[in-house]
Structure formats: structure tokens, C-alpha cells
Design a protein around this ligand. Structure first.
Ligand code: F6R
Length: 592
């Protein structure tokens, strides 16, 4: 949700540098963008509606500067307009600010500032903070003014601020990610919402934590705890991401690159330090109750996890979407284990569930892709999924890696982690065989046939029921076709009324104890005119179109979602949608 990238150093091309770096964060928001940089005694601001990825910085006639900040927006408060795009100026254009997150009490502060004579040019919450800082700076130093202002605002945020007559850049965070890159030159720093913004420049990073402020100036960087005002020491961490893994390479889009990478990413998830798996399995054994929590796709993965535990380790696990977790808070105590599943490790709703559980004394484990993310850093135990940067907004490779980890955990809780591992290794090798151009071409035939339909449905049973829900998310978000997933047995209780001649219905079939029933459900659909696309290890009479998947038993959720990911991608391309940046969405959802 919103990308932030700022530079402070000696390089004179800071405006170009932040624009180019920000393009790597466009997955975080892409409705409008803007830049601010120091030029002589002035601050120059340039904003536009649209995607920063479409911009060539050279065409913008930007001046030279060694201090600059850029922002790509995902609108929350106020429509997609140039006026609402960031950066925002304060009343007398002295303060300029970019922001990711939401200030919940901005209206009260705004009213107060209006009484003091401030006039606002946008509908955003962000502009209010710029004005508030300027208001304080009439009596206090720039640094003090920022510290005072962030104490007054409520909500989750990451901000970067500059002042016209000060050689300083100040950043603060609460609940939204902000990472400092330590440049190669003395006194050179980058501030970004995510590492790919500056990965080409440095792999040395400092993670800003909640309620911390960072002040860069005079070639120095200092950190403060905003509650106590005390200076704090921060650790520099060297990360091992490489630039290529964050780039598209020969692929047309990140989404298809990431789908194809599943050949390798699954192996990386499976062959990791077994200690992580053992520790979480032990915590599940010891807990009186365990909750799997996630949002969107990660929420569907959590739901699959509950099925896997019921089947493999005969253990009841509760599954809850992050945004619904507060409804269960009365059941959470010191003997509860919360397992947070998140690709980004920054999802606000999952973080909030974690905060609620922590307050009640529960133990927290997490399964995350972005190591050192907020969720990872605040967990007692972390299992990294090691999928590498996932840049397409629609999650693909992170999903299957999360599913692999949950499968390992379920086997580990049954005392058979090695059985689970061997099954997963076999599955990964069969996926390797499956993911070839012929397979994608076969799926393209069905994509071409159904590309103009209005609605489609996906059915599954058992652990493939949540996969039907996940399949629907994938199709919705990139093809914009109305898609819904159902438990096969639920159709006759209502949704079957939606089926008419040639309505496409994907049946997710596994060679398990649900097989016969899901095939009967497919028959019921077919009898009403539905067109059945079977994702299954064997071709069945009821299928009008068959997409073969390997016969893998308990890992069927992993193999069954992959062809739907490919179908969703191909539908997006055929319908001329951008599969990497679907409309209205952003990759990292750091607002509630
Ligand atoms: C859909 C998708 C989202 C995310 C959800 C949670 O393809 O990616 O539904 O799964 O926003 O994000 P993370 O996993 O980063 O917590």
C-alpha cells in the first residue's frame, strides 16, 4: 500500500534515482505518483496521476539535487487526483511529506488547524500531518516538530519529511514498513518501504521499528524511540537478495515468472533448517488451542492448514481471517498459539490479530516470505518460506510454499516429518515436469474459449475447498471475471441456481476420499448445462475439458492451484489487463 523511496547523500541525480528506484515498488500502489527534491533554497514538487512505471525520468526536465523523495499512491482518503497524490506541502510550502498508511484522527486535527487559519488543497489525511508539523515548527525545531506531531496522530503510518531550510530528512514509522539502506558512500542513505527500491545500490539495511524515528543530516543517521525520546542504536543487516531475483528477466510479466519459479521455490521451502519446523510443531503440540491466521490468499492457505491438520495429524486447528480475529479474543490466553501466515509480513489485519493475541499472552509463530518483516520480527518463532521476492500483486509462489510448510508441520505433529518431506520432494519434482510450455499452451486453449464469459465458479471438497476459494481470488484479481468458489456439497443448497448453459465450472479433484463426491457434484452442474473444466490426475467422463495434475495425495492443494494460476494469468493477458498490477489492488496491505 503506497511506495516510499527517499535518498540523502552526495549523488547529484537524486530525483532520477528515486524515480527509478520507486518503479521497483510500484506493486505497492500505482494510481498516482509524485516526487519532491531540494533545489537551491526551494523544494520542487512534481506529481502525476497514473503509473510511475510508464514514466521516463529523463522526459521530466528534473533539476539536480542530492536529496529527494518519491511516492506511488494507493488511494485511501480522497480520489485518484493530482491534488491528492503525494508529496504534500504544508501551509507555507515549508514542509513536504510522503506517507503510507492512515491517520485515523486526521479530521479532528484538521478542524483545529483550519481554526488556526490553515487551508488544505487535498482530501488526504497526509496533508494534515504536513500542516501540523509546520504549525509546531513555528515554536520548535524541525526535529522536535516531527516528534511532537507523530505523537499526536493515531493509526498506522510510515512517513518521510523534509523542510525547506534544513539539511535533514526525517522518517518515522508505526505499523507500516520503512527500511533504511546504508549507501556505499560515506553519509549516503536510502529510505524505502521495501528493499527492491535500493537493492541495486546496497544490500546493507537497517529496519526501523514501530514508534522509532530516524533523522538523517550532516552525513549522519540517528535513531530515537518516540515514546521516550531516547537515542537508540540500530543494527546493520546484510541481506542476501540478488537484483535478478527481483527482476522479470525473459518473462513478459512477474506473475508468470513467479508461477514458473514454483519448480524451485517449493524445494527451498521444504529443504530449510528443520529446527524451525520442529519448534513450531512442538508449540502446536503444547498449545491448548492453535489459531492459523492470514488474509486473502494467506487466509485461504490458513484454512487449508486446518484441513491438513484434521486429516494428517488428527488435530483441531482454528482458522480465522486476520480482520475477524478480534471476535475470538475472549478465547485467547497464555496457552494459545497463533500462527500468522503472510507473504509480506506487513499486512495490517494480520498484525492486529498478532497484537491482540500478544496482549493476551499467547505465543506467536509466523510463516512469512519477507524475513525481518514486522510480523517476523514480533514472532516468537519464524518459519521463512524462502520464496524470494514476490512482486506480482497476485500471490502465486508464496502460496504454494506456505502450503508446503503447513503440510510439513501437519506431518511433523503426527511424528512423521520425514514422510511429509519425501511426499513434498516428490510433488516438487512432478511440478517440475508439469510446468512446461506445452502445459501452459494447453491451458491457453481453455482461456481462449472462456475469455469473454461473465461468471465462472470453482468447486472443491476437503482441503481443496479452500483452494476453490483461492482459485476464485486469483481469477477475480487479474482477469476481473466474476468468479466464486464453493464447497462441492454446498452447491445444491443455493449456488446451483447460478448455473445455466455453458457456465464454466472448474472442479478441483484429488485422488482422495472426496473424489467420488466432487465428481458427483460436477455431474449435478453438468446436468444443468454447466461446462466442466476438470483439474484432476485422471480424465473423467464428466469433464468437458481436462487439465492434468500429478497424483500426489495430501499435497493435492499445491498441485491443483497451479493450473488455475496459469489460467488466471492467461485470461488477464487475453483480456488486456496488466496481470502484475491489477486495478484497485496493492501488494502489501498495510491499512485496516
Ligand atoms: C491475493 C493476495 C492477497 C494477499 C493478502 C495478504 O493474490 O496476494 O490476498 O494474500 O493481502 O497478504 P500477505 O500474505 O502479504 O499478508
Amino acid at each position: 500500500m503506497c511506495g516510499i523511496f527517499a535518498y540523502y547523500g552526495e549523488k547529484k541525480n537524486a530525483p532520477h534515482l528515486v524515480i527509478e528506484g520507486l518503479k521497483n515498488l510500484e506493486y505497492r500502489g500505482y494510481d498516482s505518483w509524485g516526487i519532491a527534491y531540494k533545489n537551491g533554497g526551494d523544494i520542487i514538487v512534481h506529481k502525476e496521476v497514473g503509473k510511475i512505471g510508464d514514466i521516463n525520468a529523463k522526459d521530466l526536465a528534473l533539476g539536480e539535487s542530492s536529496v529527494a523523495m518519491a511516492h506511488s499512491r494507493w488511494a485511501t482518503h480522497g480520489g485518484v487526483t493530482k491534488a491528492n497524490a503525494h508529496p504534500h506541502f504544508s501551509e507555507h510550502n515549508e514542509i513536504v511529506l510522503i506517507h503510507n498508511g492512515i491517520f485515523e484522527n486526521y479530521q479532528e486535527i484538521k478542524k483545529d488547524l483550519i481554526k488556526k487559519g490553515h487551508k488544505f488543497l487535498s482530501q488526504t489525511d497526509t496533508e494534515v500531518l504536513a500542516h501540523l508539523i509546520e504549525q509546531h515548527s513555528r515554536k520548535h525545531s524541525f526535529e522536535e516538530s516531527v516528534k511532537m506531531a507523530v505523537k499526536e496522530i493515531e493509526g498506522r503510518y510510515a512517513i518521510v519529511v523534509m523542510k525547506k531550510d534544513e539539511d535533514k530528512v526525517i522518517a518515522a514509522r508505526k505499523g507500516s514498513p520503512l527500511i533504511i539502506g546504508v549507501g556505499k558512500e560515506h553519509g549516503e542513505y536510502f529510505i524505502a518501504s521495501d528493499i527492491p527500491a535500493f537493492l541495486a545500490q546496497t544490500n546493507k539495511v537497517i529496519y526501523l521499528d514501530d514508534n522509532q524515528i530516524c533523522v538523517i543530516g550532516n552525513k549522519k543517521i540517528n535513531f530515537y524511540d518516540n515514546a521516550t525520546n531516547e537515542e537508540i542504536k540500530k543494527r546493520i543487516i546484510e541481506i542476501d537478495w540478488d537484483v535478478e531475483s527481483a527482476e522479470k528477466g525473459e518473462f513478459a510479466h512477474f506473475m508468470i515468472k513467479e508461477i514458473m519459479e514454483q519448480k524451485d521455490t517449493l524445494n527451498r521451502a521444504i529443504n530449510q533448517d528443520p529446527k524451525n519446523i520442529e519448534l513450531v510443531a512442538k508449540a502446536i503440540e503444547e498449545a491448548e488451542s492453535t489459531y492459523f491466521v492470514g488474509c486473502g490468499t494467506a487466509g485461504k492457505v490458513a484454512m487449508v492448514g486446518a484441513y491438513l491438520f484434521a486429516k494428517i495429524s488428527k488435530k483441531q486447528i482454528h482458522f480465522v481471517f486476520g480482520s475477524e480475529f478480534q471476535n475470538y479474543k475472549d478465547f485467547i490466553n497464555k496457552k494459545t498459539l497463533l500462527v500468522c501466515i503472510s507473504q509480506s509480513g506487513e499486512t495490517a489485519d494480520t498484525l492486529e490479530a498478532m497484537e491482540i493475541a500478544k496482549e493476551k499472552g499467547a505465543k506467536i509463530a509466523s510463516i512469512v516470505n519477507v524475513e525481518n518483516s514486522s510480523i517476523a520480527r514480533h514472532s516468537d518463532i519464524v518459519i521463512p518460506i524462502k520464496a524470494g521476492p514476490e512482486k506480482a500483486v497476485a500471490s502465486t509462489k508464496a502460496t504454494t510454499s506456505q502450503l508446503a510448510i503447513l503440510t510439513l508441520l501437519a506431518y511433523a505433529c503426527d511424528g512423521g516429518v520425514e514422510i511429509g518431506k519425501q511426499l513434498l520432494i516428490r510433488t516438487a519434482s512432478q511440478i517440475n515436469d508439469m510446468l512446461n510450455p506445452r502445459y501452459a499452451d494447453h491451458i491457453k486453449k481453455i482461456a481462449t474459449k472462456i475469455k469473454d464469459i461473465e461468471s465462472m465458479y470453482i468447486i472443491g471438497r476437503g482441503a481443496n475447498f479452500p483452494i476453490a476459494l483461492e482459485a476464485a481470488i486469483k481469477l477475480q484479481e487479474v482477469s476481473y471475471i466474476h468468479a466464486e468458489g464453493f464447497a462441492g456439497g454446498e452447491l445444491k443448497h443455493g449456488p446451483i441456481a447460478l448455473i445455466s448453459k455453458n457456465t464454466p465450472v472448474i472442479a478441483l479433484v484429488a485422488n482422495d476420499d472426496c473424489r467420488k463426491e466432487i465428481l458427483s457434484n460436477a455431474q449435478e452442474v453438468k446436468a444443468r448445462g454447466g461446462y466442466i473444466i476438470g483439474v484432476a490426475p485422471t480424465n473423467e467422463e464428466v469433464f468437458d475439458f481436462w487439465i492434468r495434475v500429478p497424483d500426489v495425495g495430501a499435497t493435492s492443494p499445491i498441485v491443483n492451484i497451479i493450473p488455475v494460476q496459469i489460467l488466471a494469468y492467461q485470461l488477464a493477458v487475453l483480456r488486456q489487463n496488466d496481470p502484475d498490477k491489477p486495478r484497485n489492488l496493492a501488494k502489501s496491505v498495510t491499512v485496516k
